[in-house]
Design a protein around this ligand. Sequence first.
Ligand SMILES: Cc1cc2nc3c(=O)[nH]c(=O)nc-3n(C[C@H](O)[C@H](O)[C@H](O)COP(=O)(O)OP(=O)(O)OC[C@H]3O[C@@H](n4cnc5c(N)ncnc54)[C@H](O)[C@@H]3O)c2cc1C
Length: 453
Amino acid sequence: MPKKTNRREFLKSLGAGSLGIALSAHAVFGQNKKSCVVIGAGFSGLAAAYKLKMAGWNVTVLEARDRIGGRVFSYSLPQNKDLICELGAEWVGESHERIKALCADFKIPLQKHQFDDYLLQNGKVSRPGAWGFSKDAEAAFAKAKDGYEKLSAVQERKLDNLDWWTYLEKIGFSEDDLRLRDLMDSTDFGESIRHVSAYGALAEYAESSPKNEMDYKMTGGNSRLAQEFAARIGAENIRTGTLVSEVIQWKGTVSVKTADETLKADAVICTVPTQSLLKIKFNPPLPTAQREAAEKLIYARICKNSVLYDERFWKDENFSMVSDVTSHYYFHSTQNQPGSQGILTSYAIGEKADVLASQSDERRMRIITNDLVDFDREAPNLAKGIASYAWQRDKYTDGAYALYRPGQWFGIRPILQRPHGKVLFAGEHLADWQGFMEGAIETGESAAESLIK
Ligand SMILES: Cc1cc2nc3c(=O)[nH]c(=O)nc-3n(C[C@H](O)[C@H](O)[C@H](O)COP(=O)(O)OP(=O)(O)OC[C@H]3O[C@@H](n4cnc5c(N)ncnc54)[C@H](O)[C@@H]3O)c2cc1C
Protein backbone atom coordinates (compact mmCIF):
# COMPACT_ATOMS: atom_id res chain seq x y z
CA MET A 1 0.00 0.00 0.00
CA PRO A 2 2.12 2.94 -1.13
CA LYS A 3 0.08 5.73 0.37
CA LYS A 4 1.25 8.89 -1.31
CA THR A 5 4.31 9.10 0.89
CA ASN A 6 7.54 7.44 -0.03
CA ARG A 7 10.71 6.15 1.54
CA ARG A 8 12.20 9.63 1.85
CA GLU A 9 9.13 10.70 3.79
CA PHE A 10 9.33 7.69 6.09
CA LEU A 11 12.92 8.70 6.72
CA LYS A 12 11.69 12.19 7.56
CA SER A 13 9.13 10.71 9.94
CA LEU A 14 12.05 9.10 11.80
CA GLY A 15 13.73 12.50 11.28
CA ALA A 16 14.66 14.68 14.22
CA GLY A 17 14.25 11.92 16.79
CA SER A 18 16.50 9.47 15.01
CA LEU A 19 19.14 12.08 14.24
CA GLY A 20 19.17 12.81 17.94
CA ILE A 21 19.76 9.14 18.60
CA ALA A 22 22.73 9.01 16.25
CA LEU A 23 24.28 12.12 17.75
CA SER A 24 23.81 11.11 21.33
CA ALA A 25 25.15 7.62 20.62
CA HIS A 26 28.29 9.16 19.15
CA ALA A 27 28.59 11.54 22.04
CA VAL A 28 28.37 8.76 24.59
CA PHE A 29 30.31 5.99 22.88
CA GLY A 30 32.66 7.93 20.57
CA GLN A 31 32.89 7.84 16.78
CA ASN A 32 34.50 4.42 16.43
CA LYS A 33 32.19 2.28 18.45
CA LYS A 34 28.98 1.99 16.56
CA SER A 35 26.83 -0.95 17.40
CA CYS A 36 23.21 -1.86 16.94
CA VAL A 37 21.03 -4.67 18.15
CA VAL A 38 18.30 -5.53 15.67
CA ILE A 39 15.27 -7.30 17.09
CA GLY A 40 13.71 -9.68 14.56
CA ALA A 41 15.19 -11.46 11.52
CA GLY A 42 12.30 -10.87 9.12
CA PHE A 43 13.00 -8.87 5.97
CA SER A 44 12.88 -5.61 7.89
CA GLY A 45 15.47 -6.64 10.47
CA LEU A 46 17.71 -8.32 7.91
CA ALA A 47 17.59 -5.31 5.57
CA ALA A 48 18.48 -2.99 8.48
CA ALA A 49 21.32 -5.21 9.68
CA TYR A 50 22.73 -5.58 6.16
CA LYS A 51 22.75 -1.83 5.61
CA LEU A 52 24.46 -1.17 8.97
CA LYS A 53 27.01 -3.92 8.38
CA MET A 54 27.88 -2.43 4.99
CA ALA A 55 28.41 0.92 6.74
CA GLY A 56 30.88 -0.65 9.16
CA TRP A 57 28.64 -1.03 12.19
CA ASN A 58 28.72 -3.97 14.56
CA VAL A 59 25.32 -5.61 14.36
CA THR A 60 23.67 -8.38 16.30
CA VAL A 61 20.32 -9.71 15.12
CA LEU A 62 18.17 -11.45 17.71
CA GLU A 63 15.39 -13.69 16.44
CA ALA A 64 12.88 -15.59 18.56
CA ARG A 65 12.09 -18.29 15.98
CA ASP A 66 14.49 -21.07 15.12
CA ARG A 67 14.68 -19.79 11.54
CA ILE A 68 15.22 -16.46 9.81
CA GLY A 69 12.77 -14.86 7.35
CA GLY A 70 9.81 -14.21 9.67
CA ARG A 71 6.68 -14.02 7.56
CA VAL A 72 8.60 -15.18 4.48
CA PHE A 73 8.57 -18.96 4.62
CA SER A 74 9.29 -21.06 1.52
CA TYR A 75 8.35 -24.70 1.95
CA SER A 76 8.45 -28.12 0.23
CA LEU A 77 6.03 -30.89 1.11
CA PRO A 78 7.74 -34.16 2.16
CA GLN A 79 5.91 -35.98 -0.68
CA ASN A 80 7.68 -33.89 -3.34
CA LYS A 81 10.85 -32.04 -2.35
CA ASP A 82 11.34 -30.62 -5.86
CA LEU A 83 8.34 -28.31 -5.65
CA ILE A 84 8.45 -25.13 -3.59
CA CYS A 85 5.50 -23.17 -2.30
CA GLU A 86 5.25 -20.15 -0.05
CA LEU A 87 3.45 -20.44 3.28
CA GLY A 88 4.00 -16.72 3.92
CA ALA A 89 4.65 -13.87 1.49
CA GLU A 90 4.03 -14.83 -2.13
CA TRP A 91 4.30 -12.01 -4.67
CA VAL A 92 6.87 -9.38 -5.55
CA GLY A 93 5.24 -6.41 -7.27
CA GLU A 94 6.31 -4.59 -10.40
CA SER A 95 6.49 -1.36 -8.36
CA HIS A 96 8.59 -2.91 -5.57
CA GLU A 97 11.83 -1.22 -6.53
CA ARG A 98 13.94 -2.07 -3.47
CA ILE A 99 13.22 -5.77 -3.47
CA LYS A 100 13.79 -5.97 -7.22
CA ALA A 101 17.13 -4.16 -6.85
CA LEU A 102 18.24 -6.44 -3.99
CA CYS A 103 17.30 -9.54 -5.98
CA ALA A 104 19.36 -8.21 -8.90
CA ASP A 105 22.35 -7.46 -6.59
CA PHE A 106 22.15 -10.89 -4.95
CA LYS A 107 21.56 -12.69 -8.28
CA ILE A 108 18.17 -14.09 -7.32
CA PRO A 109 16.13 -14.40 -10.52
CA LEU A 110 12.54 -13.22 -10.40
CA GLN A 111 10.03 -15.27 -12.35
CA LYS A 112 6.61 -14.25 -13.57
CA HIS A 113 3.87 -15.13 -11.09
CA GLN A 114 0.76 -13.62 -12.62
CA PHE A 115 -2.62 -15.27 -12.94
CA ASP A 116 -5.84 -15.24 -14.90
CA ASP A 117 -8.72 -15.56 -12.46
CA TYR A 118 -11.64 -17.91 -12.87
CA LEU A 119 -14.68 -17.23 -10.72
CA LEU A 120 -16.55 -19.88 -8.74
CA GLN A 121 -19.76 -18.37 -7.38
CA ASN A 122 -22.86 -20.19 -6.27
CA GLY A 123 -21.53 -23.42 -7.81
CA LYS A 124 -21.00 -21.88 -11.24
CA VAL A 125 -17.53 -21.66 -12.78
CA SER A 126 -16.81 -18.71 -15.11
CA ARG A 127 -13.67 -18.53 -17.20
CA PRO A 128 -11.21 -15.61 -17.04
CA GLY A 129 -12.66 -12.66 -18.91
CA ALA A 130 -16.21 -14.06 -18.76
CA TRP A 131 -17.11 -12.40 -15.47
CA GLY A 132 -16.69 -9.02 -13.87
CA PHE A 133 -18.32 -5.92 -12.48
CA SER A 134 -21.21 -3.99 -13.95
CA LYS A 135 -20.33 -1.10 -16.27
CA ASP A 136 -21.55 1.39 -13.64
CA ALA A 137 -19.29 -0.09 -10.98
CA GLU A 138 -16.30 -0.11 -13.38
CA ALA A 139 -16.89 3.56 -14.21
CA ALA A 140 -17.32 4.57 -10.54
CA PHE A 141 -14.16 2.70 -9.58
CA ALA A 142 -12.10 4.30 -12.36
CA LYS A 143 -13.34 7.73 -11.30
CA ALA A 144 -12.45 7.10 -7.66
CA LYS A 145 -8.94 5.96 -8.62
CA ASP A 146 -8.45 9.03 -10.85
CA GLY A 147 -9.52 11.30 -7.99
CA TYR A 148 -7.08 9.79 -5.51
CA GLU A 149 -4.09 11.98 -6.39
CA LYS A 150 -6.18 15.12 -6.01
CA LEU A 151 -7.52 14.36 -2.53
CA SER A 152 -6.82 17.08 0.02
CA ALA A 153 -5.49 16.17 3.47
CA VAL A 154 -8.97 16.69 4.92
CA GLN A 155 -10.56 14.46 2.29
CA GLU A 156 -7.96 11.76 2.95
CA ARG A 157 -8.83 11.72 6.62
CA LYS A 158 -12.54 11.61 5.86
CA LEU A 159 -11.95 8.65 3.60
CA ASP A 160 -9.84 6.94 6.25
CA ASN A 161 -12.82 7.14 8.60
CA LEU A 162 -14.98 5.08 6.24
CA ASP A 163 -14.75 1.37 5.54
CA TRP A 164 -14.16 0.28 1.95
CA TRP A 165 -17.55 -1.45 1.57
CA THR A 166 -19.47 1.66 2.69
CA TYR A 167 -17.40 3.90 0.44
CA LEU A 168 -18.02 1.70 -2.61
CA GLU A 169 -21.74 1.64 -1.80
CA LYS A 170 -21.70 5.43 -1.62
CA ILE A 171 -20.12 5.76 -5.07
CA GLY A 172 -22.77 3.54 -6.61
CA PHE A 173 -21.78 -0.12 -6.30
CA SER A 174 -24.77 -2.47 -6.39
CA GLU A 175 -25.14 -5.34 -3.89
CA ASP A 176 -23.79 -7.86 -6.45
CA ASP A 177 -20.82 -5.64 -7.30
CA LEU A 178 -20.07 -5.18 -3.61
CA ARG A 179 -20.13 -8.89 -2.92
CA LEU A 180 -17.77 -9.56 -5.80
CA ARG A 181 -15.45 -6.75 -4.73
CA ASP A 182 -15.44 -8.21 -1.22
CA LEU A 183 -14.45 -11.67 -2.50
CA MET A 184 -11.59 -10.19 -4.49
CA ASP A 185 -10.28 -7.42 -2.24
CA SER A 186 -10.53 -9.39 1.00
CA THR A 187 -7.64 -11.48 -0.35
CA ASP A 188 -5.48 -8.35 -0.33
CA PHE A 189 -6.42 -7.28 3.19
CA GLY A 190 -7.04 -10.66 4.80
CA GLU A 191 -10.45 -9.65 6.15
CA SER A 192 -13.79 -8.55 4.68
CA ILE A 193 -13.66 -5.06 3.17
CA ARG A 194 -16.21 -4.06 5.79
CA HIS A 195 -13.24 -3.82 8.18
CA VAL A 196 -10.76 -2.00 5.95
CA SER A 197 -9.98 1.72 5.85
CA ALA A 198 -11.35 3.12 2.57
CA TYR A 199 -8.28 5.33 2.30
CA GLY A 200 -6.02 2.31 2.70
CA ALA A 201 -7.90 0.40 0.03
CA LEU A 202 -8.15 3.24 -2.49
CA ALA A 203 -4.43 3.99 -2.09
CA GLU A 204 -3.62 0.34 -2.71
CA TYR A 205 -5.59 0.18 -5.94
CA ALA A 206 -4.74 3.65 -7.21
CA GLU A 207 -0.98 3.21 -6.82
CA SER A 208 -0.38 -0.46 -7.53
CA SER A 209 0.77 -1.93 -10.84
CA PRO A 210 -2.06 -3.21 -13.10
CA LYS A 211 -1.79 -6.76 -11.68
CA ASN A 212 -2.10 -5.32 -8.16
CA GLU A 213 1.50 -6.12 -7.23
CA MET A 214 0.99 -9.82 -7.95
CA ASP A 215 3.71 -9.96 -10.56
CA TYR A 216 6.75 -12.08 -9.63
CA LYS A 217 8.22 -14.49 -7.15
CA MET A 218 11.82 -15.44 -6.44
CA THR A 219 12.99 -18.50 -8.32
CA GLY A 220 13.76 -21.15 -5.71
CA GLY A 221 11.56 -19.50 -3.09
CA ASN A 222 11.31 -16.07 -1.47
CA SER A 223 13.31 -17.31 1.54
CA ARG A 224 16.39 -17.10 -0.68
CA LEU A 225 16.52 -13.37 -0.03
CA ALA A 226 16.69 -13.99 3.72
CA GLN A 227 19.57 -16.42 3.18
CA GLU A 228 21.46 -13.97 0.97
CA PHE A 229 21.04 -11.21 3.57
CA ALA A 230 22.25 -13.58 6.29
CA ALA A 231 25.33 -14.62 4.31
CA ARG A 232 26.37 -10.97 4.08
CA ILE A 233 25.50 -10.07 7.68
CA GLY A 234 27.44 -13.13 8.90
CA ALA A 235 25.93 -16.14 10.66
CA GLU A 236 27.92 -15.27 13.79
CA ASN A 237 25.92 -12.01 14.05
CA ILE A 238 22.46 -13.63 13.89
CA ARG A 239 21.06 -15.53 16.84
CA THR A 240 17.95 -17.56 16.24
CA GLY A 241 15.92 -19.10 19.06
CA THR A 242 16.61 -15.91 21.03
CA LEU A 243 13.60 -14.09 22.41
CA VAL A 244 14.10 -10.50 23.50
CA SER A 245 12.30 -9.90 26.79
CA GLU A 246 13.39 -6.42 27.82
CA VAL A 247 14.89 -3.20 26.46
CA ILE A 248 16.48 -0.97 29.07
CA GLN A 249 17.65 2.59 28.56
CA TRP A 250 19.68 4.02 31.38
CA LYS A 251 22.01 7.02 31.52
CA GLY A 252 22.47 7.27 27.76
CA THR A 253 22.96 3.54 27.14
CA VAL A 254 20.59 0.97 25.73
CA SER A 255 20.63 -2.74 26.58
CA VAL A 256 18.63 -5.66 25.28
CA LYS A 257 17.86 -8.63 27.51
CA THR A 258 17.36 -12.24 26.43
CA ALA A 259 17.16 -15.38 28.57
CA ASP A 260 20.94 -15.81 28.41
CA GLU A 261 22.50 -12.38 28.27
CA THR A 262 22.22 -8.62 28.20
CA LEU A 263 23.62 -6.86 25.14
CA LYS A 264 24.64 -3.21 25.18
CA ALA A 265 24.57 -1.11 22.02
CA ASP A 266 24.52 2.43 20.68
CA ALA A 267 21.06 1.90 19.22
CA VAL A 268 18.32 -0.67 18.78
CA ILE A 269 16.11 -1.29 15.75
CA CYS A 270 12.98 -3.13 16.77
CA THR A 271 11.12 -4.77 13.86
CA VAL A 272 8.61 -6.98 15.65
CA PRO A 273 4.86 -6.94 14.91
CA THR A 274 2.78 -5.03 17.43
CA GLN A 275 1.50 -8.03 19.40
CA SER A 276 5.13 -9.08 19.99
CA LEU A 277 6.09 -5.51 20.81
CA LEU A 278 3.55 -5.50 23.63
CA LYS A 279 5.26 -8.54 25.18
CA ILE A 280 8.64 -6.82 25.38
CA LYS A 281 9.19 -4.89 28.61
CA PHE A 282 10.48 -1.40 27.92
CA ASN A 283 12.26 0.42 30.69
CA PRO A 284 11.45 3.30 30.64
CA PRO A 285 8.06 2.15 29.35
CA LEU A 286 6.68 3.04 25.93
CA PRO A 287 4.56 6.19 26.09
CA THR A 288 0.90 5.37 26.80
CA ALA A 289 -0.21 6.59 23.36
CA GLN A 290 2.27 4.28 21.64
CA ARG A 291 1.28 1.30 23.73
CA GLU A 292 -2.40 1.94 23.10
CA ALA A 293 -1.76 2.32 19.38
CA ALA A 294 -0.01 -1.07 19.38
CA GLU A 295 -2.97 -2.59 21.21
CA LYS A 296 -5.40 -1.22 18.62
CA LEU A 297 -3.57 -2.53 15.56
CA ILE A 298 -4.74 -6.04 14.81
CA TYR A 299 -3.43 -8.39 12.11
CA ALA A 300 -5.51 -10.11 9.44
CA ARG A 301 -6.50 -13.76 9.71
CA ILE A 302 -5.05 -15.73 6.80
CA CYS A 303 -4.70 -19.49 6.51
CA LYS A 304 -2.66 -20.69 3.54
CA ASN A 305 -3.26 -24.29 2.50
CA SER A 306 -1.00 -25.77 -0.15
CA VAL A 307 -2.32 -29.05 -1.54
CA LEU A 308 -0.09 -31.29 -3.68
CA TYR A 309 -1.90 -32.99 -6.60
CA ASP A 310 -0.71 -35.89 -8.70
CA GLU A 311 -1.41 -33.94 -11.87
CA ARG A 312 -2.06 -30.33 -12.78
CA PHE A 313 -5.72 -30.91 -13.62
CA TRP A 314 -6.26 -27.14 -13.84
CA LYS A 315 -4.16 -27.32 -17.08
CA ASP A 316 -3.36 -23.63 -17.33
CA GLU A 317 -0.08 -22.66 -15.59
CA ASN A 318 -1.65 -19.24 -14.87
CA PHE A 319 -4.64 -20.80 -13.13
CA SER A 320 -6.25 -19.03 -10.21
CA MET A 321 -9.83 -18.88 -8.99
CA VAL A 322 -11.74 -16.42 -6.85
CA SER A 323 -14.50 -18.26 -5.01
CA ASP A 324 -17.33 -17.84 -2.54
CA VAL A 325 -16.53 -21.15 -0.79
CA THR A 326 -14.47 -21.72 2.38
CA SER A 327 -11.18 -22.18 0.51
CA HIS A 328 -11.69 -18.62 -0.79
CA TYR A 329 -8.92 -17.99 -3.36
CA TYR A 330 -7.02 -20.69 -5.24
CA PHE A 331 -3.83 -20.19 -7.21
CA HIS A 332 -1.19 -22.36 -8.79
CA SER A 333 1.86 -22.18 -6.49
CA THR A 334 4.19 -24.24 -8.65
CA GLN A 335 3.73 -22.24 -11.82
CA ASN A 336 6.58 -23.05 -14.24
CA GLN A 337 8.20 -25.48 -11.80
CA PRO A 338 9.19 -28.85 -13.33
CA GLY A 339 7.26 -32.14 -13.18
CA SER A 340 3.68 -33.26 -13.66
CA GLN A 341 2.62 -32.89 -10.02
CA GLY A 342 1.60 -29.45 -8.85
CA ILE A 343 0.47 -27.45 -5.84
CA LEU A 344 -2.71 -25.41 -5.68
CA THR A 345 -2.86 -23.12 -2.69
CA SER A 346 -6.04 -22.02 -1.00
CA TYR A 347 -5.69 -18.55 0.51
CA ALA A 348 -8.47 -18.30 3.06
CA ILE A 349 -9.18 -15.11 4.97
CA GLY A 350 -11.15 -13.90 7.99
CA GLU A 351 -13.76 -16.34 9.34
CA LYS A 352 -12.95 -18.81 6.59
CA ALA A 353 -9.32 -18.86 7.74
CA ASP A 354 -10.49 -19.62 11.28
CA VAL A 355 -12.77 -22.44 10.10
CA LEU A 356 -9.94 -24.10 8.17
CA ALA A 357 -7.41 -23.54 10.96
CA SER A 358 -9.50 -25.48 13.45
CA GLN A 359 -9.69 -28.69 11.33
CA SER A 360 -7.25 -31.60 11.27
CA ASP A 361 -5.01 -31.78 8.18
CA GLU A 362 -7.13 -34.63 6.83
CA ARG A 363 -10.42 -32.74 7.18
CA ARG A 364 -8.88 -29.53 5.87
CA MET A 365 -7.69 -31.32 2.75
CA ARG A 366 -11.14 -32.84 2.29
CA ILE A 367 -12.85 -29.44 2.53
CA ILE A 368 -10.40 -27.77 0.15
CA THR A 369 -10.49 -30.49 -2.48
CA ASN A 370 -14.28 -30.89 -2.22
CA ASP A 371 -14.63 -27.14 -2.74
CA LEU A 372 -13.07 -27.76 -6.15
CA VAL A 373 -15.49 -30.35 -7.49
CA ASP A 374 -17.51 -27.74 -9.35
CA PHE A 375 -14.33 -27.00 -11.26
CA ASP A 376 -13.13 -30.60 -11.60
CA ARG A 377 -14.88 -33.51 -9.91
CA GLU A 378 -11.62 -35.53 -9.87
CA ALA A 379 -9.82 -33.00 -7.65
CA PRO A 380 -10.31 -34.89 -4.32
CA ASN A 381 -8.93 -38.11 -5.84
CA LEU A 382 -5.74 -36.46 -7.06
CA ALA A 383 -4.71 -34.86 -3.76
CA LYS A 384 -1.53 -36.30 -2.21
CA GLY A 385 -0.74 -34.09 0.77
CA ILE A 386 -1.25 -30.74 2.43
CA ALA A 387 0.82 -28.09 4.21
CA SER A 388 -1.10 -25.36 6.02
CA TYR A 389 -0.13 -22.30 7.98
CA ALA A 390 -2.70 -20.32 9.95
CA TRP A 391 -1.00 -17.00 10.57
CA GLN A 392 -3.62 -15.88 13.07
CA ARG A 393 -2.25 -18.66 15.29
CA ASP A 394 1.37 -17.62 14.89
CA LYS A 395 2.57 -16.60 18.33
CA TYR A 396 4.88 -13.85 17.08
CA THR A 397 2.41 -12.13 14.73
CA ASP A 398 -1.14 -13.09 15.73
CA GLY A 399 -2.03 -12.64 12.08
CA ALA A 400 -0.63 -12.26 8.60
CA TYR A 401 -0.16 -8.53 8.16
CA ALA A 402 -1.39 -5.36 9.84
CA LEU A 403 -5.01 -4.47 9.20
CA TYR A 404 -5.57 -0.72 9.34
CA ARG A 405 -9.22 -0.37 10.15
CA PRO A 406 -11.29 2.80 9.59
CA GLY A 407 -9.64 5.83 11.17
CA GLN A 408 -6.38 4.03 11.94
CA TRP A 409 -4.13 4.89 8.99
CA PHE A 410 -3.84 8.50 10.10
CA GLY A 411 -4.95 7.78 13.67
CA ILE A 412 -2.34 5.34 14.95
CA ARG A 413 0.35 4.67 12.34
CA PRO A 414 2.29 7.92 12.95
CA ILE A 415 2.32 7.17 16.68
CA LEU A 416 3.72 3.69 16.12
CA GLN A 417 6.51 5.09 13.94
CA ARG A 418 7.92 7.33 16.69
CA PRO A 419 11.34 6.38 18.08
CA HIS A 420 11.52 5.67 21.80
CA GLY A 421 14.82 7.14 22.99
CA LYS A 422 17.52 5.10 21.28
CA VAL A 423 15.05 2.54 19.94
CA LEU A 424 13.89 2.92 16.35
CA PHE A 425 10.95 0.98 15.00
CA ALA A 426 10.61 -0.65 11.59
CA GLY A 427 8.53 -3.37 9.96
CA GLU A 428 5.79 -3.97 7.44
CA HIS A 429 3.14 -2.36 9.67
CA LEU A 430 4.88 1.04 9.59
CA ALA A 431 5.54 1.18 5.86
CA ASP A 432 4.00 3.08 3.00
CA TRP A 433 4.08 -0.28 1.21
CA GLN A 434 2.23 -1.73 4.20
CA GLY A 435 1.46 -5.46 3.99
CA PHE A 436 4.34 -6.15 1.61
CA MET A 437 7.92 -7.43 1.80
CA GLU A 438 8.86 -4.17 0.07
CA GLY A 439 7.51 -2.21 3.03
CA ALA A 440 9.42 -4.35 5.52
CA ILE A 441 12.67 -3.74 3.61
CA GLU A 442 12.09 -0.03 3.12
CA THR A 443 11.43 0.64 6.79
CA GLY A 444 14.40 -1.47 7.88
CA GLU A 445 16.71 0.32 5.47
CA SER A 446 15.34 3.73 6.44
CA ALA A 447 15.90 3.08 10.14
CA ALA A 448 19.48 1.98 9.42
CA GLU A 449 20.11 5.01 7.18
CA SER A 450 18.91 7.38 9.85
CA LEU A 451 21.51 5.92 12.24
CA ILE A 452 24.32 5.95 9.69
CA LYS A 453 23.81 9.63 8.83
C1 LIG B 1 0.03 -15.26 4.44
C2 LIG B 1 0.84 -14.07 4.06
C3 LIG B 1 0.86 -13.64 2.75
C4 LIG B 1 1.62 -12.53 2.37
N1 LIG B 1 1.67 -12.20 1.05
C5 LIG B 1 2.55 -11.26 0.65
C6 LIG B 1 2.82 -11.05 -0.74
O1 LIG B 1 2.26 -11.73 -1.59
N2 LIG B 1 3.71 -10.08 -1.07
C7 LIG B 1 4.38 -9.36 -0.15
O2 LIG B 1 5.20 -8.52 -0.54
N3 LIG B 1 4.15 -9.54 1.17
C8 LIG B 1 3.27 -10.47 1.59
N4 LIG B 1 3.09 -10.72 2.91
C9 LIG B 1 3.64 -9.77 3.90
C10 LIG B 1 5.12 -9.98 4.19
O3 LIG B 1 5.33 -11.30 4.54
C11 LIG B 1 5.50 -9.06 5.33
O4 LIG B 1 5.16 -7.73 5.00
C12 LIG B 1 6.98 -9.09 5.68
O5 LIG B 1 7.55 -10.35 5.52
C13 LIG B 1 7.12 -8.60 7.12
O6 LIG B 1 8.47 -8.51 7.48
P1 LIG B 1 8.86 -7.84 8.86
O7 LIG B 1 10.32 -7.95 8.96
O8 LIG B 1 8.22 -6.52 8.98
O9 LIG B 1 8.14 -8.75 9.96
P2 LIG B 1 8.39 -10.29 10.32
O10 LIG B 1 8.69 -11.06 9.09
O11 LIG B 1 7.22 -10.71 11.12
O12 LIG B 1 9.71 -10.26 11.21
C14 LIG B 1 9.69 -9.93 12.56
C15 LIG B 1 10.49 -10.98 13.30
O13 LIG B 1 10.56 -10.66 14.69
C16 LIG B 1 10.58 -11.87 15.42
N5 LIG B 1 10.23 -11.57 16.81
C17 LIG B 1 9.02 -11.27 17.35
N6 LIG B 1 9.13 -11.02 18.66
C18 LIG B 1 10.43 -11.16 18.97
C19 LIG B 1 11.16 -11.01 20.18
N7 LIG B 1 10.58 -10.67 21.34
N8 LIG B 1 12.50 -11.28 20.16
C20 LIG B 1 13.13 -11.64 19.01
N9 LIG B 1 12.46 -11.77 17.83
C21 LIG B 1 11.14 -11.52 17.82
C22 LIG B 1 9.56 -12.72 14.69
O14 LIG B 1 9.75 -14.09 14.97
C23 LIG B 1 9.85 -12.36 13.22
O15 LIG B 1 10.75 -13.28 12.64
C24 LIG B 1 2.35 -11.83 3.34
C25 LIG B 1 2.35 -12.25 4.65
C26 LIG B 1 1.62 -13.37 5.01
C27 LIG B 1 1.68 -13.85 6.42
